[in-house]
Every structure is written in structure tokens, then in C-alpha cells.
Design a protein around this ligand. Structure first.
Ligand SMILES: O=C(O)CCC(=O)C(=O)O
Ligand SMILES: [Fe+2]
Length: 358
């Protein structure tokens, strides 16, 4: 690495700038996952991806939903989360126009000149703002992506200093999107509990009234050497679960059955993916899958990930109804999981959840 290319100077430079300048990815960005023989590298095209679609409108009782249909959808949900750890949600109640708008304000933000984006540049130790993750541990490659990360709920934890003033509709659109995401988490959390024959509100109670929502707009500039880099290296989320809105460029891959499946982009669908805390609360019944983002050679990609995380002052743990003699308690009770466990492991490129096992 040239002297001017120290890790700090690279981290202060945006990937988008390097991509616009047509620069070949500097060595800290070159992916190193091929060396990990414990993860197979076989990839399955999106056309062959059998990831289930769940109709959220069928998960709750309503006069128009016959009980058999509801039970069928709940069983599909349970099965998807026990095997894949994720599903594509349709009929989720968020209007297509709002989904288009949130995608548009995100894109417009990244398309602005660097000086404008730097108005909300994040501090070194801060999570909120525009930039990149802090330096990973030795031996880990950097992600070929820039991001804008914001705490959006509870409202009093918002730091509006880091909310972009432009595009001017950004704030209104994100506030509305946050309101709708709260509704989706209510439906999904109840549905998950029902699918396991648990009391409907049990997961919602563990998340708490003040469960946090944090949004991450991930921007993945295209790269002429797409196989050299990863947009986001393989990881599991530290959230309870995460709701991802993809644009029309593929890039998300989920590890399932020993292969990397390309997740299809379905207009206006939301991908719901379990984080490690949901694996803990479900006593290991639901899986928190390894996933990553790959880079396209010609098209930039943007995804919007909404992390739904239990309130940090509440202890969470496996639901009693999922613990039995045949299925003993797998995890300890944990509090503030992201800071206590997940973050330190993520930086080293390993799963934190083993540390929470009994
Ligand atoms: O870009 C994507 O589709 C995945 C994003 C993701 O996994 C994350 O932000 O944690
Ligand atoms: Fe993720």
C-alpha cells in the first residue's frame, strides 16, 4: 500500500469517489473470503431461488381470511424461518408510492456532490451519519459500499443533525416510512409467535415498547472488477430482525443449504431476515442466516435495511414455551446484545451467537 493509502485515509474516502474515478479497488478492499474453506462458494442464480413469499395480510385474523388460509400462511412462515431464516413479504400494507419515494430520496442523497453529503458525515466513533463502518479487525477486508445510517425510533433518540437536509423531502418521507415499518414489525412479530403456537404478543413484549429502529441506506457503486470485492462481507445481523427494501439491481445473497442463493428483486416486496436476537428468542427454531452483498459490474445498487432491535435495557431470552426436555434452553438471557456481544464479533468476521449459548 502506498504511504498515502493508510487504512485511515482509505476509510475517509468514499467508495463512490473511487468508483467514479475508475480506480481499481485498493488492496484492503480485496475480498479474502475465498480462503475460508468452511463456507462453500457455490452460487445459485436468482431464477432458481425458492425463497418463500409470505402474504402478511393473511397472518392476522380477519372476517375475509378463512382460518384454513391463515393457518397455511402461518405454517409457511414457520417453515421459511426455520430453514432459510428469511422470506419475501408481500401485501405488507406499505404503499408502493411510499416505497418508491423512500428509494428515491435515498438515491438522490447519494447522487449529490460529496460536499453536500459530507454535511451529515458521521463522527469516527458514532454510528449515525454518512460514511462507512469503523475499521474492521486485522485480516478483514473493507466493504465496497458507502452508507447512511440513522436511528429513527424511538423519536427522542433521533439525532436530526445527521438527517440530510437534502433532498428536502428526505425527513418527511423517512418519518412516514418509519411509521409504516412499526406497523409491519407488529404484524410480523405477532405472526411469528402464532406460527409457533405461542401467545401472540410474546415477542413484542420481549422487544419492548421502545424497541429501536435504525435504518441503513447501503449504496454499492458498480465496479469493473466485481469479483475482487464484496459490497458487504458475509455476516449475520445483530438485530431482532431486519426488513430490507431492495432496488431493481440484484446483489443480496443468502447462505442456505451450503450454497449462496441470489435473492430475486421483486418490485415492492420487503425481505424480512432474522437477526441473532430472534434466533435467541426462538430458542434456535428460527435461524439467523449468513448473508452478503455482491457488486454489479455496470449498475450501482442501493438497499434500505431497517434493523428492529429489542430495547437495550430489557433482558431477552428463549421463550419458555419453546423450552422443554426434548429441546433444552440453548441460550442465556442477554441484554443490549448488539453492544455486549455482536459488534465485537462482527468486526472480527465471526458470529457472536455462540457466545450467548448456555
Ligand atoms: O444490501 C443488502 O441487500 C443487504 C444489506 C444488509 O445485509 C445489511 O445492511 O445488514
Ligand atoms: Fe445484514
Amino acid at each position: 500500500m502506498a504511504a498515502g493509502d493508510s487504512l485511515e485515509s482509505l476509510l475517509s474516502k468514499r467508495v463512490q469517489e473511487m468508483a467514479i474515478n475508475g480506480e481499481q479497488p485498493p488492496s484492503p478492499y480485496v475480498r479474502r473470503d475465498d480462503a475460508d474453506s468452511s463456507i462453500t462458494q457455490q452460487q445459485v442464480p436468482s431464477a432458481l431461488c425458492p425463497l418463500p413469499l409470505i402474504d402478511l395480510g393473511l397472518l392476522s385474523s380477519s372476517p375475509t381470511t378463512p382460518i384454513a388460509e391463515q393457518n397455511h400462511e402461518l405454517e409457511k412462515l414457520r417453515s421459511a424461518l426455520s430453514s432459510w431464516g428469511c422470506f419475501q413479504a408481500i401485501n405488507h400494507g406499505v404503499s408502493s408510492s411510499l416505497l418508491d419515494e423512500v428509494g428515491e430520496v435515498g438515491r438522490k442523497f447519494f447522487e449529490q456532490p460529496m460536499e453536500e453529503k459530507n454535511r451529515v458525515l458521521k463522527g469516527v466513533e458514532k454510528a449515525d451519519g454518512y460514511g462507512t463502518d469503523p475499521a474492521p479487525e486485522e485480516g478483514q477486508s473493507l466493504n465496497w459500499s458507502d452508507r447512511l445510517y440513522l436511528t429513527v425510533y424511538p423519536e427522542d433518540s433521533r439525532d436530526y443533525e445527521f438527517w440530510p437536509p437534502n433532498p428536502s423531502s428526505f425527513r418527511d418521507v423517512l418519518e412516514e416510512y418509519t411509521r409504516k415499518m412499526r406497523e409491519v414489525t407488529e404484524v410480523v412479530s405477532r405472526g411469528m409467535a402464532k406460527s409457533l403456537n405461542l401467545e401472540e404478543k410474546c415477542f413484542l413484549n420481549q422487544f419492548g415498547e421502545e424497541a429501536t429502529l435504525q435504518v441503513r441506506f447501503n449504496y454499492y457503486p458498480c465496479c469493473k472488477w466485481p469479483d475482487l470485492v464484496l459490497g458487504l462481507k458475509a455476516h449475520t445481523d445483530g438485530s431482532g430482525y431486519t426488513i430490507i427494501l431492495q432496488d431493481d439491481v440484484e446483489g443480496l445473497q443468502v447462505h442456505h443449504d451450503g450454497k449462496w442463493f441470489n435473492i430475486p428483486t421483486i418490485p415492492h416486496a420487503l425481505l424480512v431476515i432474522m437477526g441473532e436476537q430472534m434466533e435467541i428468542m426462538s430458542n434456535g427454531v428460527f435461524k439467523s442466516p449468513l448473508h452478503r452483498a455482491v457488486i454489479n459490474s455496470e449498475k450501482d445498487r442501493m438497499s434500505i435495511a431497517m434493523f428492529y432491535t429489542p430495547q437495550s435495557n430489557i433482558e431477552i431470552g428463549p421463550e419458555d414455551g419453546l423450552v422443554s426436555e426434548e429441546k433444552p434452553r440453548m441460550f442465556k438471557k442477554v441484554k443490549d446484545y448488539v453492544n455486549t456481544y455482536w459488534w465485537g464479533y462482527y468486526k472480527r468476521g465471526i458470529r457472536a451467537i455462540d457466545a450467548a449459548k448456555v
